[in-house]
Write a protein that binds this ligand. Sequence first.
Ligand code: GLV
Ligand code: MN
Ligand code: MN
Ligand code: MN
Length: 405
Amino acid sequence: MSDGFDQLWADLEPLGRNRTTGGYRRFSWGEADADVRAWFVAAATARGLTVETDRNGNLWAWWGEPGPDAVVTGSHLDSVPDGGAFDGPLGVVSALAAVDELKRRGVRPSRPLAVTVFVEEEGARFGVPCLGTRLLTGAITPERALGLTDADGVTWERAMERAGHDPGRIGADPDLLGRVGVFIELHVEQGTALIHTDSAVGVASSVWPHGRWRMDFSGQGDHAGSTRLADRKDPMLPFAETVLAARAAAEAHDAVATIGKVHVAPNGTNAIPSRVRTWLDARAPDEATLHAVVDHVDAVAKRAASEHSVFHARYEESYTPVVDFDTALRDHIAAVIGADGTPAPVLPTGAGHDAGVLAASVPTAMLFVRNPSGISHAPQEFARPDDCHQGVTALADVLADLLHE
Ligand code: GLV
Ligand code: MN
Ligand code: MN
Ligand code: MN
């Protein structure tokens, strides 16, 4: 089993990696994305799986005939800017290696099985995360998705077209979704819970509600030397107050809030900016708390903008409600992969996943593999080979159990 995993990993690892930082930049419909998609098609085909691209650009590799009540497993191959190697790819590689393992065990599926790769999970290029599954399930309209733009103003429509796919057919796909009997996503843990429980593999209980809000502070560009302080309309000042307000609101509510992306125009050392565009990422254990955090940040941004004669606008780019995974499925899986009669640990996560979007439509569960660095969305993200192999065994155990149901 480990040979299959190790070879798949070795083949995928160099694609889209920055040799200086060691991080990845695999943005949807870009060059590195084409490479990792081609890697997937080749790896799946070599295993005798039949690969289909759905209307939204997601990849489905079927073991046997595509059909109803399928057991589906997979994740994503896109990354955040300078992301780690494991977030997404670990689930895809483990799914292919689990198919190898099932074949080695002589499992003959009584239901169809598919391995999937969902597009634009991170929302790193077009802003809305889990776009592939949002489109598939109808959680976003095709009109809105087609018009989403990247940092260079390229639309989803144009980017998809340039990558050789027809954007004219995107949108909800109830026929394909109706084939999914159950979805399982294996993912690297993006925290430290499994370190503390001393376990290689855990099971997800829930995903915190989360969202992204774009904020624009528009002032007046001007000379850094000759403009008196009293005459300035400097958008950097309300922006700075907003960053601190996000931190304070998160602390006050036991939530998390991050401002990790900012565009300053025109971005000159000796010019007062004309505009600061920034994005708030906020997450909380429940939706009321999340709204309280965002409302507080918004109130501070408005007040600070007005004090500095700056115009402020806020726009909700994406919102994902709380997800509680199917309890019976989750507990069953924890028992299947638990050691010596002790169920595997069950843990919540603040990270978003395609499994979270699909959970609204089909029974869904997630497995997490221990990350000794505890770090994610950065090059230091890690999982030990031994733990990855245990993850494949656990996934194969779960799939074998579901295939025999
Ligand atoms: C994606 O990984 C997210 O949770 O932001
Ligand atoms: Mn992920
Ligand atoms: Mn991620
Ligand atoms: Mn994610």
